[in-house]
Write a protein that binds this ligand. Structure first.
Ligand SMILES: [Zn+2]
Ligand SMILES: [Zn+2]
Length: 340
């Protein structure tokens, strides 16, 4: 079968590899990969600036798959089912897992990041990590994981109907936060420096308030939108240290600040500013298992429509040649999808 492997920063190779062994453990399934979404994590790995990353690695953690065969104890899936893959392999017994936080397991292995992922025609996964849907397309199934990031971040913040929620950064992850903050009933404000991305948030997601940080003073604009109050919840989805540290200026007194994006370094803040406002700071990592079935339901019921997010496509064989272009902002990629 064909496999795409990232050999080192900047160099993929298209390999011919052995098919996975056909003898499955009772709790495993053999899947055929049909769609692979490309995200910022993959681009960071390609550019060589993903922390804790080792090469060579098979990328691919946003997956739409078809079940080929299931182990004897795998009751949630059947051959022929189409599934989204929850790529977070957790241990099941550490302190985080025991408390239901499988998304931040002490020894978490994310497929396509810490362990080999889905840029290959077939592979074996624990069956409990497969989330089937009879109705979603393979494209939609491949985008469930990315939606999970925004879903979990909004859950972490316990967003309430009617409150002002600021989302900084309208990249793919920011879009998912905008989507779920709107779903939670918040009055969403999006801050970015790219007018095309801001317009996408208004037209495709219905975000009512946009601030272009390249043109407007964000703090003044926020005061104007919120009648002087400032937003009660702020999400930073940039992974940019300057933005993350600047974000401490934006929440209202008593508000929360949620870091969705991350970067390999220190975040510092002024303690009197933090204390005076009694801010709550939260990080958000991955998504929980139960989020996958909830999101599948929302997409099935057309509450969320991700079709317009896919701006670029390639076949499996072409992906190696196309990938470098997708890493360039001027290409205008929101989401690139590889078809296997
Ligand atoms: Zn991703
Ligand atoms: Zn664990």
């Amino acid at each position: 079968m064909k496999t795409i492997r990232l050999e080192e920063p900047g160099r993929f190779s298209l390999l011919s590899t052995d098919e996975p062994a056909t003898s499955l453990q009772p709790d495993e399934s053999l899947v055929r990969v049909r769609r692979i979404g490309v995200c910022g994590t993959d681009i960071h790995a390609f550019n060589g600036n993903q922390p804790f990353f080792s090469y060579p690695r098979i990328l691919g953690h946003e997956l739409g798959v078809e079940i080929v065969a299931v182990g004897s104890l795998s009751k949630n899936v059947h051959p022929g089912d189409r599934c989204s893959v929850e790529p977070y392999l957790n241990c099941g017994h550490c302190i985080a897992c025991r408390r239901g936080k499988s998304n931040c397991c002490v020894s978490l292995q994310v497929l396509g990041v810490h362990a080999d992922g889905g840029m290959r025609e077939a592979f074996v996964v624990p069956s409990r990590k497969l989330h089937p849907s009879m109705r979603l397309t393979l494209d939609q199934l491949a985008l469930i994981e990315t939606l999970g990031i925004g879903c979990h971040a909004v859950d972490r913040a316990r967003v309430e109907p009617g409150e002002f929620a600021l989302v900084i950064g309208a990249g793919p992850i920011g879009l998912t936060v905008v989507q779920f903050a709107i779903e939670a009933g918040a009055q969403v404000i999006v801050l970015d420096i790219n007018s095309k991305r801001l317009e996408f948030c208004r037209q495709q997601l219905g975000a009512p308030y946009l601030i272009n940080g390249a043109v407007d003073n964000p703090l003044e604009a926020l005061r104007q939108i919120t009648a002087g109050d400032l937003p009660t919840v702020v999400f930073d989805a940039t992974g940019n240290p300057k933005s993350m540290m600047g974000a401490f200026e934006y929440p209202a007194n008593g508000g929360r600040l949620v870091f969705v994006g991350l970067f390999p370094g220190e975040v510092t803040f002024n303690d009197p500013n933090f204390h005076r406002r009694e801010l709550t700071i939260l990080s958000s990592r991955n998504a929980r298992s139960e989020d996958f079935s909830r999101i599948i339901g929302l997409v099935e019921n057309a509450r969320i429509d991700t079709d317009s997010w896919i701006t670029h496509r390639a076949t499996f064989a072409d992906a190696v040649a196309q990938f470098p272009r997708w890493t360039k902002p001027e290409t205008g990629v929101i989401k690139a999808m590889i078809e296997v």
